[in-house]
Every structure is written in C-alpha cells, then in structure tokens.
Design a protein around this ligand. Structure first.
Ligand code: ZN
Ligand code: ZN
Length: 351
C-alpha cells in the first residue's frame, strides 16, 4: 500500500468528513464551499489551493504533510481526476509504464511470447504500485527505455497516427452529420419561403381583382365545356375562389398517390407457359388422391402437379413445339402443355 493510502486510511475521522478538511491548514469545506483540493504526483498528498499558493509560490518546498518532507514544485500540483488517490496514483504509474513498454502484439512471433511480455510488464508495474524493489524496477525501466528508444518512438508514432486517424474519421462523421442537418434545415427554410411567396402572390392576385377574374374565366373555361356558366360566375364576385384554384393547380404531383394498390408489387403469380387443369388424371396419382392416410393430413395432389409443372418449365425457356419443329407459337405450346398436364399419355413426359 502506498504512503498516501496509508496516511489516508489511517486517519481517525470518518471518510466523508476527512475528504473535506485540508490536512495542512485544517480548514473545512463546510466553512469555505469554494475550497479546491490539489495533489502533487510526487507524493499524492492532498492539500487545499490556498495552502499550495502559500507554501509553494516562492519555489520548491518540502511537503508539509507530517512524515513526508519530499520536495514539491507548484507547477506539478493539479486537480485530482479520481476520488480515490490510490487510483489516481495507479493511473499515473500505468500511463508512465505504458509509454515506455509500448510494444504491439504484431511484433511478437506468437501469442505465448506476447503474453509473457505483458506479464513481465505487469510485474514491473505492480512493483512500482506497491513500492516493491523500487530502485531496481526504476533501473530496469530506464535501461529498457535506453535500449529500445527506436522501437518506443516508432510505436508511439504509430499509436498517435492511429489515434489521429480515429479522430479524423470521427470528425468526418460529425461533419457529414452537420452537413446533412444544415441541408435539411435549408430545405425546410426554402419550403417555408415558397409557401410564403405563394401566399403573397395569391393575396396580390386577390387585390388585383381584374387579373383574378381573367384567370378565373380561363381556368373555369378550361374546366367546364359549357361557356355560358363560366362568363357569369366570373362576374358574380366569388373572388376568393380563383386564388384557391390557382393554388390547387400548382402541385403537379397531386394525382400521384391515387395509384392502384398492387399487393405483390408487380410480381406475376400466374404462369406464362402453362395452365394447370383442375385435376390431373393418372393411375400414379390415384392412391395419393384417395388413400385416407395421405389425404387426411391435408395433402393435395394438385400441389404436386403444380410443382412438377413449374419444375418442368422453370428456367428452361424450351417450348415443345419449337423442339418438335412444327413452328407453333407460344400460345400453342402453352395449350399443348396444359393438355399434357391433364391427359394420361403425356403426363409422364411432362412430369
Ligand atoms: Zn490548506
Ligand atoms: Zn507529501
């Protein structure tokens, strides 16, 4: 366990209260809600901001926490990221180790070697974390860093390039999303402007009564074959009507949704090449038609016939008449196939 943790854990105050009292000046957050605590990664002793200012503004000074006495510099003090200072320290140590031991899995011959390397690194990290043989471990770390400076800098460059490319991809995604959003906003705005313009134009037409009447006459004349009704209604003064008529004409795509509904989306179920008879007569099929053991289960011999016909014609594009060479058309072939499906002597050929 680290000294910081020991100091922390050994305090007699309850944990919640202890966190809110500066161990140096003993002022409490209760009295000063704006109090901020800082830690120095040299010894991870926590103290309040005003203590740091007071003690370290004149230059490096020993840590004021009893029993520590390590020399600290003001610029290394920072706010702690994690509530638990031991975790704060572990993260720092692991970060430092990982910048030196930054080998990649693809550099190793096999998984076994890679795992051995990871275990060695973890042992070293563990020693640093729990203050076991620290001088030897630091010496090992420094020796490795000196020997492998090339690979360390190469892998660091690789890692930063990967990080950059990930960042770039992320930024590109964000940019694309922003462009899409702006595009849709712009379209909305254009739609709104269009609607406003149409409204304005309609109002102007209403205001200019004569133009409106002419338009009304023309449009009604187009609509109605009887010309006499059009002339009278134009004068009769329903001047609001033409504005709505003109607006109604503008969306050209209005008749689009009145398309007939096609549940199969254009798929043709009926066969072009044959027509199936209601029943197929053949001695083969008699048993399947009449045997209760087969029929009771719901088996329908017509499905068998239909499948046989589809298989016979599927993808072949072959017509019986063309094969024979009599020169008959597709209709004749279809007719012949229909007969074949129903008659005794041809069924075997087709099936
Ligand atoms: Zn203080
Ligand atoms: Zn200290």
């Amino acid at each position: 366990m680290s000294k910081a943790a020991q100091k922390h854990g050994g305090s007699s105050a309850p944990p919640g209260q202890d966190d809110d009292i500066c161990p140096v000046c003993k002022s409490a957050r209760y009295l000063n809600p704006n109090m901020r605590f800082l830690v120095n990664p040299t010894c991870y002793h926590k103290m309040c901001e005003s203590c740091v200012d007071r003690i370290f503004s004149q230059g490096p000074a020993p840590c004021p926490v009893a029993g520590c006495g390590r020399t600290l510099r003001k610029q290394r003090f920072r706010r702690q990221t994690f509530e638990d200072l031991q975790i704060e320290r572990e993260v720092d140590i692991r970060r430092r180790v990982s910048t030196i031991f930054n080998r990649r899995e693809e550099e190793f011959l096999d998984l076994r070697n890679w795992n051995d390397y990871l275990e060695n690194v973890e042992t070293l990290t563990f020693n640093l974390l729990y203050n076991i043989e620290v001088p030897e471990t630091e010496a090992k770390l420094a020796a490795y860093a000196a020997q492998n400076s090339d690979s360390i800098s190469r892998n660091a460059a690789l890692a930063s390039a990967e990080h950059d490319s990930t960042e770039a991809a992320f930024a590109a995604q964000k940019q694309a999303a922003r462009v899409r959003r702006e595009e849709s906003l712009r379209e909305d705005e254009e739609d709104r402007q269009d609607r406003l313009r149409e409204d304005r134009e309609a109002q102007e037409r209403i205001a200019q009564g004569s133009t409106a009447k002419v338009t009304l006459k023309k449009s009604t004349a187009r609509r109605k074959d009887g010309a006499k009704g059009a002339a009278s209604s134009g004068n009769a003064g329903p001047s609001a009507a033409p504005a709505f008529e003109i607006q109604g004409l503008k969306p050209v795509a209005a008749p689009e949704p009145t398309k007939a509904y096609d549940p199969f989306g254009g798929l043709r179920i009926r066969s072009e090449y044959f027509a199936q008879q209601r029943s197929c007569e053949h001695p083969w099929l008699d048993k399947a038609k009449n045997d209760p053991a087969i029929v009771t289960g719901g088996y329908d011999v017509r499905e068998y016939c239909a499948r046989a016909m589809v298989e016979a014609f599927a993808g072949m594009g072959v017509f019986v008449d063309d094969e024979v060479g009599t020169g008959g058309g597709q209709a004749a072939a279809t007719e012949r196939a229909a007969i074949a499906a129903g008659t005794d002597n041809r069924t075997e050929d087709v099936l």
